[in-house]
Design a protein around this ligand. Structure first.
Ligand SMILES: [Zn+2]
Length: 484
């Protein structure tokens, strides 16, 4: 074996034109990796003396600094309602929901984050009157010309929004960012453009939406149902049903480096299922994963994302939790999926790592649960975590996968808290829906990531926060210093 290696080395060095000195003994070994950053001490004391609704008590910033907040239309009687976001072509699209505050109207808000990424500029707003729900419920096309918003017009209290009840999703024409307009709707019976084409799997509520371009065509994954966003200047853009994959919660759609497209479906009470959707009309399952202690633990699977880094395939699956548990995410080995390009071969993935907040805060009625994650910049994972704020982790190297390294965190609030405590709604919500969500500051539901690590955090009560990395940031700091 050693002889073979030597021959190979000689051949390589001969090719490189330096056969006289195949190994330079003076070459120093590569430097050891820098020590992981020291995680700051817990900034979120629980119990007496700490008011979770007091913005002044929540100013924690680690490797990020605050630059802007847009309170949207929040005031003492109304929450901001910002719940989910999608950043495309320099525009930030936000879904507005009133599911946790009876007063707020639903809809969509668009910001320009290109002119000055540190100061989002509000452009148009589209409103649906009355309270609607939704979760990961907005996606926009890569050119920013269209957005899809999913609705849950019936909330857990049994409130029905009379305007939203006949609609489970809207296709919005956002070519004019000041004046977004409705281009098509999906009703419980199918899409407005072609109701007869989707009679098989009607659903009233659309908990999640993801929009993705596959082989030059835009598709909307609306709670598992797949629609082509068909652009026709004469007839207007329509949602045309092409197929479906199963989901119990979120679907993220990602391209692999080897020209396949995957839909990662976090199935809530079920497990993770990954589908190949390279041809969205002919989706097929390629992977599953679940935990045996799933029911016992009480959390459910919320969102999955995938990173392709240094020839490795890395899947992350997050939990959401209302119970007395610490809400984790799991790191899964996606490498067995590299070779699958046809139906009939589904792999059971293996868990290779796990992470939860370093302070062991239990989810406690979702207050410290994980929520929406995003992989970006290789395999940096940024995840929103309600009142716990935002955590950012580095998974770019295989040695980081078993215990992902925390590199930044934010739990920051400012401004005035809306006073939207409706005693009846709160009592019913706590007892019947078992949500018990209270007004906390902050309450980050989603994160969108701009260039050079700029972060947009969607706070359902307080609005849109913008943060930029400091020069001390272990990944983005050098870029910040270089651009200064
Ligand atoms: Zn607090």
């Amino acid at each position: 074996m050693r002889a073979l290696l030597a021959v190979a080395l000689l051949a390589l060095t001969a090719l490189a034109g330096c056969a006289t000195d195949p190994v330079d003994p003076s070459t120093p070994p590569p430097p050891p990796p820098p020590p992981p950053p020291t995680v700051p001490f817990d900034q979120m004391p629980e119990g007496a003396g700490h008011d979770h609704a007091d913005p002044a008590s929540h100013k924690f910033l680690w490797n990020y600094e605050f630059t802007a907040r847009d309170p949207l239309m929040s005031n003492p009687a109304n929450i901001a309602g910002l719940h989910a976001m999608d950043l495309q072509d320099g525009f930030l699209f936000g879904a507005i929901y009133g599911s946790h505050g009876a007063s707020v109207d639903g809809g969509m808000q668009i910001w320009d984050v290109q002119s000055d990424p540190t100061q989002p500029k509000a452009l148009g707003r589209w409103t649906i009157p009355g309270s609607v729900g939704g979760d990961r419920s907005i996606g926009a096309t890569a050119d920013g010309d269209y957005a899809v918003i999913g609705l849950e017009p019936v909330d857990c209290l049994g409130h029905v929004n009379p305007i939203g009840a006949a609609t489970s999703a809207y296709l919005l024409d956002t070519r004019d960012k000041q004046r977004p307009v409705v281009s098509d709707i999906v009703t419980p019976a199918g899409s407005g453009g072609s109701p007869a084409e989707n009679p098989t799997k009607p659903h009233v509520s659309s908990h999640s939406v993801f929009v993705h371009r596959i082989n030059g065509t835009d598709y909307a994954f609306i709670f598992g149902q797949i629609y082509e966003i068909s652009r026709d200047e004469a007839a207007g853009a329509k949602l045309v049903y092409v197929g479906s994959v199963s989901t119990g919660h979120d679907i993220y759609v990602r391209d692999t480096p080897w020209n396949r497209t995957w839909a990662l479906s976090a199935n809530g009470e079920g497990g993770l299922v990954i589908f190949d959707v390279t041809d969205p009309a002919k989706a097929f399952e390629i992977a599953t994963w679940d935990r045996e202690d799933h029911d016992e633990m009480g959390y459910y699977f919320h969102t999955a994302d995938v990173a392709f880094v240094e020839g490795q395939t890395l899947v992350v699956l997050t939990s959401e939790d209302f119970g007395p548990h610490v809400s984790p995410f799991w790191v899964l080995d996606g490498n067995p999926l590299t070779a699958i390009t046809a139906a009939g071969q589904s792999e059971k993935l293996n868990e290779i790592g796990e992470w939860h907040n370093p302070y062991n805060h239990t989810a406690a009625n979702i207050r410290f649960s994980l929520h929406n994650p995003r992989f970006h910049d290789g395999a940096i994972l940024t995840i929103s975590s309600y009142h716990a704020g935002m955590f950012q982790l580095d998974l770019r190297q295989p040695h980081m996968w078993e215990h992902p390294q925390m590199i930044a965190a934010i739990a920051y609030a400012e401004g005035d808290v809306p006073l939207t405590n409706d005693p009846v709604e709160s009592a019913v919500e706590g007892n019947l829906c078992q949500l018990g969500i209270t007004v906390d500051a902050p309450m980050y539901m989603d994160v969108a990531v701009g260039s050079n690590g700029t972060l947009y955090l969607g706070d359902v009560f307080m609005g849109l926060y913008t943060f930029v990395p400091t020069v001390d940031h272990p990944v983005f700091g050098a870029r910040v210093a270089g651009s200064a």
